[in-house]
Design a protein around this ligand. Structure first.
Ligand SMILES: Nc1nc2c(ncn2[C@@H]2O[C@H](COP(=O)(O)OP(=O)(O)OP(=O)(O)O)[C@@H](O)[C@H]2O)c(=O)[nH]1
Ligand SMILES: [Mg+2]
Length: 602
């Protein structure tokens, strides 16, 4: 991160205020805010009762998430920093619409726990909590998730499907036993989807043999080639230590080590990423106002060019007016590309799901006893979740590609525009769209292996997650994990009476299984199809807004330069000298700002 970035933002805002550019000032301020608190999403996942919620509480240093010996967490819970504590429950109402309700922290149990909300009959999709906490202050957002036990694969698959959009993952498993094969497999897949994966061995105060378990786990992971940081912690000791303000006990809880790991491996890289984006914003804004000021300065020094220059500015303005209109080529391009993307993603997704269905139908033909169903349901869940992930990842990849293409087109159109001072415009319009390829090294490296490059591109984790979180738990997690179809052989075939005729029984069994598969696949296609449609529409709006805003900034720069030049023409000689000094001073500031923001000398 360029060291003087904070200072660059402050100075830039000052220059912009002097110029009365509130539009750019807002963008610069946003860049500054992003710098202070980039949002970093860390998901805490694991089998039932391993101590996930306790670990989140340990990190927060307070009892926020409900903890219980019995089933506790039943909904995804996002905890972010907020000076005023607040809890928002997002759920579906009776008519299926998503509603957000404010509740108190004391009432939380009634919403996110199995006890207070059995079988999730309140249809909670997600809960968002704001609390004041030191670990969150840097922009960390912790996500507590329901246990993925029992028929684990479904939930695991659903969790994996939103991992490309998280910055970090902590898998929690307690020291009572070694990691199970599914846990190891989950970790292996997670490392392909998420830039930072940690393993936390919990409850070490409870199991004196935890070191042995730790070593066994290390060996299991090594065998599968999973190379991730491991930390052993005790949430019980942590809370005790904080209550007693006992430093040694806090060390013994090993939470300081976990917090350090999160800071070094998740928060710092995310911060660097955010800083790069902010720096790019700062440089592009500085370059834009510099163009206007240089033009004004040139006219102050040589008023004879005024007429020609004003004509050029006017013409550029008219062209930009057209570029901002709905008929502009880039705007049509956005529409076309987004439509193509939507078709392609839907086509692939449907194709993929059809293949899954065929595979399952074949397996059903071989099925002889209800017990085989559990394994098949797991396969079904995993394969479907894979396709869901791929579909969303493809949309995100598409977003990056379209954005680049539009930026390229606009750059060409811009270069064809008349310039007040010569044959081609004097500044690099591409700078305006510069922040495209900012996939951080580490994220890029891992994501590459699964072809997910670009997914995390210009979007921040929280934005993505907000988007995904809005419907993924509904469309994928709920569907994939708790669909009645997949609740196991007992639930599905419980009604199947032992028939005298074994042949008839097997036929009936297969018939039921086929129906279940079809029903599930139809539901997923419907829900996910809708979600993709929604996402794509949003994407189109975002792209249009972004480019329209940039064009508006450019247009305003030209318009104001023309206006200022006309005002300057009426000045006395003294005033001209003063204005020259002012513009020179502003130009010097801008050079300094660009340098502080990591740009070379202007
Ligand atoms: N002694 C001890 N007990 C712990 C520790 N962490 C969790 N527990 C206990 O383990 C039980 C489960 O803890 P939770 O934090 O609710 O576990 P969870 O993984 O969130 O559970 P679900 O959300 O239901 O899957 C509770 O009784 C906790 O008190 C620990 O570090 N030490
Ligand atoms: Mg829990």
């Amino acid at each position: 991160m360029p060291e003087g970035l904070d200072e660059a933002v402050v100075q830039l805002v000052r220059v912009l205020r002097g110029l009365g550019r509130d539009d750019l000032e807002n963008r610069a301020t946003a860049a500054g805010a992003r710098l202070k608190r980039p949002a970093t999403i860390v998901c805490v996942v694991g089998e039932f009762k391993q101590g996930k919620s306790s670990l989140v509480n340990g990190l927060l240093g307070q009892q926020i998430c409900p903890v219980d010996d019995d089933l506790a967490t039943s909904a995804l819970t996002l905890v972010r920093h907020g000076d005023v504590p607040q809890v928002t429950v997002r759920r579906r109402d009776d008519r299926g619409a998503t509603v957000a309700e404010k509740v108190t922290i004391e009432d939380l149990r009634g919403w996110v726990s199995e006890q207070g909300n059995p079988g999730n009959h309140k249809q909670v999709q997600r809960v968002e909590i704001a609390v004041a906490s030191a670990v969150l202050r840097q922009g960390l957002v912790l996500v507590d998730s329901p246990g993925m036990g029992g028929l684990g694969a479904g939930h695991a698959a659903a969790t994996l499907s939103f991992l490309p959009f998280a910055d970090g993952l902590v898998l929690v498993s307690d020291a009572s036993a070694e990691l199970s094969a599914p846990e190891v497999e989950f970790l292996r897949r997670a490392t392909e989807l998420c830039p930072t994966v940690l393993f936390a061995l919990t409850k070490i105060d409870l199991y004196p043999e935890w070191r042995r378990i730790l070593n066994l786990n290390r060996a299991h992971l090594a065998v599968r080639g999973v190379d991730i940081p491991i930390v052993a912690v005790s949430s019980a000791l942590r809370l005790e230590a904080l209550a007693r303000r006992d430093r040694d006990l806090n060390e013994a809880s090993r939470f300081p080590e976990l917090i350090r790991m999160l800071a070094d491996d998740v928060v710092t890289p995310a911060k660097e990423h955010a800083a790069e984006r902010s720096a790019a914003d700062v440089r592009s804004i500085a370059a834009l106002v510099r163009t206007g000021l240089e033009e004004e300065r040139a006219l102050l020094a040589d008023p004879s060019r005024m007429k020609h220059s004003l004509a050029q500015l006017e013409e550029a303005n008219t062209r930009l007016e057209h570029l901002r209109g709905p008929g502009a080529r880039w705007s049509v391009l956005v529409g076309d590309r987004v439509a193509d993307l939507s078709n392609e993603v839907n086509f692939r997704f449907r194709g993929g799901i059809r293949t899954v269905q065929r595979t399952l139908d074949e397996q059903v033909e071989e099925m002889k006893t209800p017990t085989e169903w559990d394994e098949m349901a797991r396969t079904l869940q995993t394969l479907v979740a894979d396709h869901v992930t791929q579909a969303f990842a493809a949309v995100e990849k598409g977003r990056t590609a379209i954005r680049e293409e539009v930026a390229g087109l606009l750059q060409v159109e811009y270069l064809n525009m008349p310039s007040p001072r010569g044959s081609s415009p004097s500044f690099d319009a591409a700078e305006l769209w510069r922040d495209k390829d900012l996939v951080s090294e580490k994220a890029g490296r891992r994501a590459l292996q699964t072809g997910l490059t670009g997914v995390r591109g210009a979007q921040s984790g929280v934005m993505m997650f907000g988007m995904m979180g809005g419907f993924l738990p509904a469309a994928a997690a709920t569907l994939i994990a708790s669909n009645p179809v997949l609740l196991g052989a007992g639930a599905v075939f419980g009604g199947l009476q032992l028939a005298e005729d074994r042949k008839r029984k097997v036929a009936q069994l297969r018939q039921t299984a086929r129906q279940q598969v079809r029903q599930f696949v139809d539901d997923v296609q419907f829900e996910v199809g809708n979600a993709i449609g929604e996402l794509v529409r949003q994407l189109q709006r975002d792209l249009r807004d972004e480019f329209t805003d940039r064009l508006a900034e450019l247009q305003r720069t030209y318009a104001e330069t023309a206006r200022r030049a006309q005002d300057d023409a009426k000045r006395t000689q003294d005033e001209v000298q003063r204005r020259l000094a002012e513009t020179d001073e502003a130009l010097v500031s801008l050079t300094r700002i660009s340098q502080l923001a990591g740009g070379g000398p202007a």
